[in-house]
Design a protein around this ligand. Structure first.
Ligand code: ADP
Length: 265
């Protein structure tokens, strides 16, 4: 009898927890959707007046060039630079909100080719930064949205190059087969992008995935908007995967994410 009682007690507790989890999941999904629609409305509505300010600052500079002294021109140039920066932020926000709405177009993608293309594009964009790229073994193909996974690798690899102050920079891109560890399904592949850069301290590891969160001054490692990793997380989650980072300050960071080899697993 005691066993039956205990069993119903346990079942009761489990059911209550399951209920709680389900409602938390619902809340989480709702707040994700709210963030998407807020991001969309805010960025869409801010864009137009900001463009106006930008244009007017440019007009002032052109039309009043002979009346303005250096100080005046300097101030207008700062205004143009700041509005440009705000437009960049708004565009990232708009892009982020669109990602949440866009339908995934899944197809078999050769990740090896895709990563090579990403590296080529990034190398052309930053010819001055010498980086050694390491790919220990050819990456497996997966069924995914090509454009989104391209953006994911682009964000992670460009950060790996950017947040690196070593004279001998390297970036390694690879994968591990899910082996039941870290709550990763055995059909999943764990991809990683590893660098020997500046690293991230323990207390910031989770926070860097939050929108607009940046750990360094804008000019220290090149201007970013703090949206790249939020986009990376959204892309991975929309593909049913997880993303996380491990890092040792001053030694380097490794960003991991999981993807299923097949779309419906
Ligand atoms: P952004 O690079 O535009 O600032 P991200 O969302 O891509 O924005 O990254 C957020 C912050 O996380 C960066 O500002 C940086 O401080 C930190 N970060 C990202 N990737 C790395 C990395 N590979 N090594 C060290 N710090 C990183």
């Amino acid at each position: 009898e005691a066993v039956t009682e205990l069993r119903s007690l346990v079942v009761g507790v489990v059911l209550r927890q399951a209920d709680k989890l389900a409602s938390m999941n619902f809340e989480l999904q709702r707040s994700n959707e709210e963030l998407d629609s807020f991001a969309y409305v805010a960025s869409h509505d801010l864009k137009e007046p900001l463009r106006g300010i930008h244009n007017y600052a440019n007009f002032l500079m052109e039309d009043y060039a002979d009346v303005l002294d250096n100080d005046g021109i300097g101030k207008l140039q700062t205004l143009v630079r700041l509005t440009q920066r705000m437009e960049d932020l708004i565009n990232s926000l708009l892009h982020f909100s669109r990602l949440g709405r866009a339908e995934l177009i899944r197809q078999p993608v050769n990740l090896n080719e895709l990563v090579q293309q990403v590296i080529t594009t990034l190398t052309i964009a930053r010819p001055q930064s010498e980086v050694e790229f390491r790919i220990p073994q050819p990456l497996e193909s997966v069924e995914c949205d090509r454009a989104q996974i391209n953006e994911l690798f682009t964000n992670l690899i460009s950060n790996a190059i950017k947040y690196n102050d070593k004279p001998d920079k390297w970036v390694e891109i690879g994968f591990i087969k899910g082996n039941g560890q870290r709550k990763v399904a055995s059909t999943s592949l764990i991809f990683y992008v590893r660098d020997n850069g500046i690293g991230i301290s323990q207390e910031h590891l989770d926070k860097i995935f939050q929108i607009f969160r940046r750990l360094h001054g804008r000019d220290e490692f090149g201007g970013g908007t703090g949206v790249g990793l939020t986009i990376a997380r959204k892309i991975v989650e929309r593909h049913g995967g997880r993303i996380w980072v491990e890092s040792t300050p001053t030694q380097g960071s490794t960003f991991y994410f999981t993807l299923s080899a097949e779309a419906n697993t």
